[in-house]
Design a protein around this ligand. Structure first.
Ligand code: SF4
Length: 239
């Protein structure tokens, strides 16, 4: 399949759609092909930064091994290419069969976070609801939902993202925004430049490390740290 851009040469101001940050980017185009992605310094979300996923976005269009059709698993575990029409017929026959024998609630839909994921989630949710099932799950079910519940339970409302830039202390616990949420890391670094403290508790490393003091936080101490934080929060609220 040949993909051509809407202009032959030049630069298109656009947004990266690979995660919820929607960073401002420029797509540089030469002879109808995207040759490079760079960051838009005037965009308030990313201020010119583009993460590795954004930089490699042309692979979505040009990578020789990307999927461009339907694949069906064979009994031997391999995959073979089948036509879209046939795939749709086979899938619809199976899900109608499930509904007829076990009821619509026996079906659920799950979506991951692919490109343009918010729209995909909406389509998948609409589909499964129209099918007659309330069972809809996404990557959010194991990530966003627990975060939302924690915010609502602790402070009574949802306020995300936190005001990283003006925080006096930030604890990164099992999170790596330098890779997963680069615009958040930019805001965290702005806080540090203003004197904010950053504590990192890193599950993968043998120990976490406070990057400002270099002080290690050993894994056996993490439970104690959790209890101390919980107690400090309780004392702050209840006195
Ligand atoms: S953080 Fe990276 S993947 Fe997400 S929108 Fe920005 S450049 Fe794209």
């Amino acid at each position: 399949m040949q993909s051509r851009t809407t202009i032959d040469n030049g630069t298109i101001h656009t947004l990266c759609r690979q995660c919820a940050h929607h960073c401002g980017i420029y797509a540089h185009i030469q002879d109808g092909r995207i040759t490079k992605i760079s960051g838009n310094k005037t965009h308030p979300e990313n201020l010119g930064m583009v993460c590795s996923k954004g930089r490699e976005a042309p692979d979505w269009v040009y990578h020789p091994e990307r999927l461009t059709g339907c694949r069906k698993r064979t009994p031997s575990g391999d995959f073979k290419t089948i036509e879209y029409e046939r795939a749709l017929d086979e899938i619809s026959e199976k899900i109608v069969n499930i509904r007829d024998h076990f009821g619509a609630r026996a079906m659920s839909a799950w979506t991951g976070e692919a490109i343009g994921f918010l729209q995909q989630e909406a389509y998948a949710q609409r589909f499964i609801n129209a099918f007659g099932s309330p069972n809809f799950f996404t990557a959010d079910s194991v990530c966003f939902a627990s975060r939302l519940m924690a915010y609502v339970t602790c402070q009574g409302y949802w306020s995300y993202p936190p005001d990283f830039e003006n925080a006096q202390m930030i604890i990164l616990w099992g999170a790596n925004p330098a890779y997963s949420h680069p615009p958040f890391m930019q805001a965290i670094n702005r806080s540090r430049r203003k004197g904010g403290k950053l504590v990192v508790v890193d599950r993968k490393a043998r120990m976490g490390r406070n990057p400002q003091t270099g002080e290690p936080i050993h894994i056996p101490a993490k439970k104690a740290l959790k209890f101390r934080i919980a107690k400090a929060a309780k004392d702050a609220v209840m006195g």
